[in-house]
Design a protein around this ligand. Structure first.
Ligand code: ATP
Ligand code: MG
Length: 435
């Protein structure tokens, strides 16, 4: 089976979809189901995110007891599965057909399902789950009845362990679902259920993957990017907004991209040079200070970076600790323990790799190429005290612009519900107008 959570449907699903009539798609979740009495907000967030992810397909999304049901005509099933299988919180999806609670109808549907999907001689098994226990036949009795009909009409061999084709039914109170092949989702938790963070977003491969992983665990994230241009316009046609779009669009979300100029920091360095081997550490501390100010204003609870232990000289444990010391907020590092190969594979699967590898002038490349590997906090603080960093920080914030990335900007009401407990500052929409 191909990697379906990231958009490509396996062939058996494609064949099944093309050869049969469906009424919609069922979406099942796992971790959300474990949340007991707290599950309502999780399911609500999943429904809201799913609604937005499939909005352009005009699909009706309903929340049933333990699942979402997306009603749509057969010709839209493929697109719904593709889009739905990227939404965080989804364990798996499957095309469904609604059937009457009548065993003859179920047997007929099973026969056509087998004939449509199975090459001649394929083994099969029927699986029935009775959610409605009042149905007159037990699951096993129903499986036997339907299985016997398939054998009678197709001479197909039954194989209960590892069959070529599984014909699945679920018996609910009002109807029975015939389920097509499962398409795995990405798992995780619906975005917006675990608070709000701010990701330091570079022009590299790692930070988009870090943002993806933190969203997968239910955090809503905005992005802050430090650019090396005198004004932000060159960023507009660069890979930066495209990578951001690739992260948020599949979730049906929009986010803020804060664009902060790097040059005030550079001016501070020029006005009072610091030891070149400390420049990068000083800049990392500067970035987290700027980001923390933004976080304070926009209600982010933590910062996120694509840091990775030992990947480059600036990412030793000592240097990470010295950077952390400058941040009043916790810094989350989802990639800390990943190998670079693992990060690149993930970037390819989520669809950011080919964008991230496009050329771009990132500001870290302007700093000394031989950074200290074991920065000493006192030495760093002493170098900092000689620099006009407060002034640079204020200048960065006053020249910063904010763009919206992801799906088209939501209405004010939508923005308010985007994060369950987000606090939108009063001046947010005024600042956005600068973009
Ligand atoms: P790669 O390692 O693939 O070049 P990266 O995004 O990890 O990309 P690094 O130079 O390793 O880049 O930087 C470590 C982290 O510091 C980044 O993941 C990112 O969180 C943050 N960072 C670096 N440069 C910037 C920048 N220009 N703007 C915002 N954050 C940045
Ligand atoms: Mg990196």
């Amino acid at each position: 089976m191909t990697d379906t959570p990231f958009g490509t449907l396996p062939n058996d699903v494609k064949n099944a979809i093309e050869s049969l009539d469906w009424d919609g798609v069922v979406v099942h979740y796992e971790e959300i189901g474990l949340k007991g009495h707290n599950r309502t907000p999780f399911v609500r967030a999943l429904k809201r995110n799913m609604d937005r992810a499939v909005k352009d397909l005009g699909v009706d999304v309903r929340s049933e007891w333990d699942r979402l049901v997306l009603r749509c005509p057969s010709e839209k099933i493929k697109s719904v599965l593709e889009k739905g299988s990227r939404v965080f919180g989804v364990a798996y999806l499957a095309p469904i057909r609604f059937l009457q609670k009548d065993r003859e109808e179920l047997a007929t549907a099973a026969v056509s399902y087998y004939k449509a999907l199975a090459p001649c001689g394929s083994s099969f098994a029927v699986r029935v789950r009775r959610v409605d226990k009042t149905f007159p036949l037990t699951s096993q009795e129903l499986e036997r009845f339907i299985g016997a009909r398939v054998v009678q009409e197709t001479s197909a061999p039954v194989r209960l362990n590892d069959p070529d084709i599984t014909i699945s039914f679920r018996v609910y109170e009002n109807c029975v679902y015939l389920l097509g092949p499962r398409v795995p989702g990405p798992g995780g938790l619906p975005v917006g259920t675990m608070g709000k963070v701010l990701t330091l977003f570079s022009g590299g491969i790692d930070s988009p993957v870090a943002a993806w992983l933190i969203m997968k665990r239910g955090c809503f994230t905005d992005l802050v990017h430090f650019h090396s241009f005198p004004d932000p316009q060159p960023v507009r046609s660069s890979k930066i907004p495209s990578v951001a779009d690739a992260l948020f669009q599949p979730q049906g979300l929009s986010a803020r991209l804060f664009l902060v100029p790097y040059y005030p920091f550079q001016m501070a360095l020029l006005s009072s040079p610091a030891p070149p081997h400390l420049e990068l550490t000083l800049f990392r501390r500067f970035m987290v200070r700027v980001a923390s100010r933004l976080a304070d204003e926009y209600g982010h609870q933590a910062l996120v970076t694509g840091d990775n232990l030992g990947q480059v000289a600036s990412q030793t444990l000592e240097n990470l600790v010295v950077t952390e010391e400058a941040s009043p907020l916790p810094i989350l590092r989802p990639l800390l323990t990943y190998d670079k190969n693992e990060i690149m594979t993930l970037a390819q699967r989520i669809g950011t790799y080919h964008l991230s590898t496009q050329k771009y002038k990132d500001c870290c490349s302007l700093l000394s190429r031989h950074p200290e590997t074991k920065a000493n906090l006192r030495a760093v603080q002493s170098a900092e005290s000689a620099l006009p960093l407060e002034k640079a920080l204020d200048q960065c914030l006053s020249e910063m612009v904010i763009w919206t990335v992801g799906i088209a900007p939501p209405s004010k009401e939508e923005l308010q519900t985007q994060v369950e407990d987000a606090t939108t500052p009063a001046n947010a929409s005024a600042t956005e107008a600068q973009s």
